[in-house]
Design a protein around this ligand. Structure first.
Ligand code: MTE
Ligand code: MO
Length: 519
């Protein structure tokens, strides 16, 4: 593997490496920070001794042509600096990538691991195979022995409890539920915003995702509502539910466990599930084994993996991922005036879609129709109509209903369509989805560009070079290539033969009254 950031300085230990013990037996990589302010302080003093390498520039400069695309050196060093317990997380995490993910994943960031599957395969099935499901991590991958697993429920509940996995799986205690759910990272299609205008960088790289940071799986677990009920129900003050993960997260010199929250209302309507099974298999380690939260219709960030604790609180979580990140600003907000409070906190995902095949800049030789495949999703409803345009958004063709996969309350629909295309040369295609509430998508990236580069929900656009062989002149040209045994592609390679004979030229010029008028 080629190093993506070859100039990073090697990690040099400053003073004595600390030892932060793992919190529980059988929980490799789980160091608890939130319960121990003194320990947090100590870790922060250690972090302050280092001058960590800055994240690489990849917005104002081209992306490295490597896979992994970015390495995440700064984040590896944060973990190395924490000594035994966390220093081996980069290696352990990469081991799980190799074990649990497809060989040809696009590794957008090596550590913390962020990866998406190749475009074409993502929409071949409406349920994404586990090994192709995108991954977005903010830290290492803890290795948790399921027999040693339990999570705590506390805060504004009447009976705080520790619940073992075995208990949660005991159907005499908790009824199970099984649902197909699409998880979408709010960074999906970020690369389009970057190409238009660069935005905020982050210590934990805001990954330059393509269209694949979305996936659909059938999860089996227990509705959080049943768990809260089991714990005696909510106290009056309980308005939000905070989730903690076992992984360690760093920000601006501070150290945390991953934490997020959702409003109590979301739990009450059975849209929050604690899941241990993904597509008929035990949850893979990389997706949060043995138990993760799955929040339907919300930004992926709320679906906390490696769950350690459910904490019922009054206000939304003050953890950085909830309060300071995943904020959606208007285009006039940026480095000059952004705060944590002057944007939306991204929760429910808007309507979105993408063309997965063909891909941008492809040359398509066709008979008047081009086959396309893609996905469409709405966090607050379901895709009811998908439309594709072959002229950049002027004329729209409806994808016939039968060519959309079946609908679910909480999942995407994949689609395929043969769009009529008469025109030739470079054409701009785009797609938009309409959900059941008639919501649709902004037309251009610029309409919805935002400083933190989240939720690229504008119509997804690709440029294709159309070669319509139902046109006689085009058929003739293709034949010429064939007769000369020359490939038409690559597009930019010059023809090794003359485009017309002198006789043809003369005859045509005569028909056109010569190059210039006679009088
Ligand atoms: N504990 C923990 N939970 C987490 C994260 C994380 O880094 N740590 N990442 C979140 C984000 S931003 C997303 S998009 C989803 C991705 O889920 P997946 O990796 O299973 O696809 O997990 C969420 N849950
Ligand atoms: Mo995400």
């Amino acid at each position: 593997m080629a190093p993506a950031e070859p100039n990073a300085r090697p990690f040099q230990v400053r003073g004595q490496l600390p030892f932060f013990a793992e919190e529980r037996k059988g929980w490799k990589g789980y160091v608890e920070w939130e319960r121990y302010p003194e320990k947090k302080k100590l870790a922060e003093e250690i972090l302050a001794k280092y001058d960590f390498p800055v994240p690489p520039e990849f917005q104002l400069a081209p992306l490295p042509d490597t896979n992994p695309i970015l390495e995440g050196v700064r984040w590896k060093y944060y973990h190395y600096a924490m000594g035994a317990g966390l220093s081996d997380m980069p290696d352990i995490s990469w081991k799980y990538v190799l074990k649990e993910k497809s060989e040809d994943m696009i590794h957008v960031l090596q550590f913390p691991y962020n990866g998406e599957p190749p475009r074409k395969r993502l929409v071949e099935t409406e349920i994404t195979p586990n090994k192709d499901h995108f991954v977005r991590n903010h830290g290492g991958i803890p290795e948790i022995d399921p027999t040693e697993y339990y999570f705590e429920v506390e805060g504004f509940v009447n009976k705080p409890m520790k619940i073992k996995l075995q208990d949660l799986q005991d159907e005499t205690k908790f009824p199970r539920m099984s649902t197909a759910v699409t998880l979408q990272c709010s960074g999906t299609r970020r690369i389009e915003q970057i190409h238009d205008y660069p935005g905020d960088g982050d210590e934990l790289i805001n990954a330059p995702w393509g269209e694949g940071a979305i996936g659909t799986a059938r999860y089996v677990g227990v509705s959080l509502k049943k768990v809260i009920k089991y714990c005696g129900g909510l106290k009056d003050e309980g308005e939000n539910i905070e989730f903690f993960g076992a992984d360690t997260y760093f920000k601006k010199g501070h150290i945390y466990n991953y934490a997020v929250s959702v409003p109590v209302r979301k739990m009450k309507i059975n849209e929050v599930i604690l899941a241990w099974e993904m597509n008929g298999e035990p949850l893979p380690a990389i997706h949060g084994a043995p138990l993760r939260v799955v929040v339907m219709g919300y930004i992926g960030a709320r679906s906390c993996k490696w769950l350690t604790r459910v904490n019922v609180i009054k206000d939304p979580s003050r953890a950085p991922v909830q309060m300071k990140e995943y904020i959606y600003y208007t285009p006039q907000i940026g480095k000059h005036n952004a705060t944590y409070s002057n944007g939306f906190s991204i929760q429910t995902m808007p309507v979105a879609s993408a063309i997965m095949t063909p891909v941008d800049k492809e040359v398509i030789i066709h008979d008047g129709k081009i086959k396309m495949t893609g996905w469409a999703y709405s966090g607050s409803g379901w895709p009811e109509r998908v439309e594709v345009s072959n002229d950049g958004g002027g004329v729209w063709y409806e994808v016939p209903y039968a060519q959309l996969s079946r609908k679910y309350f909480h999942a995407w629909r994949t689609w395929e369509f043969e769009i009529p295309v008469d025109a030739e040369g470079w054409l701009e295609f785009c797609v938009r989805c309409w959900d059941n509430a008639l919501n649709t998508q902004p037309t251009f990236v610029r309409s919805a560009w935002n400083w933190d580069l989240h939720v690229t929900s504008s119509c997804h656009r690709i440029k294709l070079y159309s070669v319509n062989k139902s046109k006689p002149e085009t058929a003739k040209r293709l034949k010429m290539y064939e007769q000369h045994g020359t490939d038409f592609l690559p597009l930019t390679r010059p023809a090794p033969f003359d485009l017309e004979t002198e006789e043809e030229y003369d005859a045509e010029m005569k028909r056109r009254e010569g190059r210039d008028p006679i009088e």
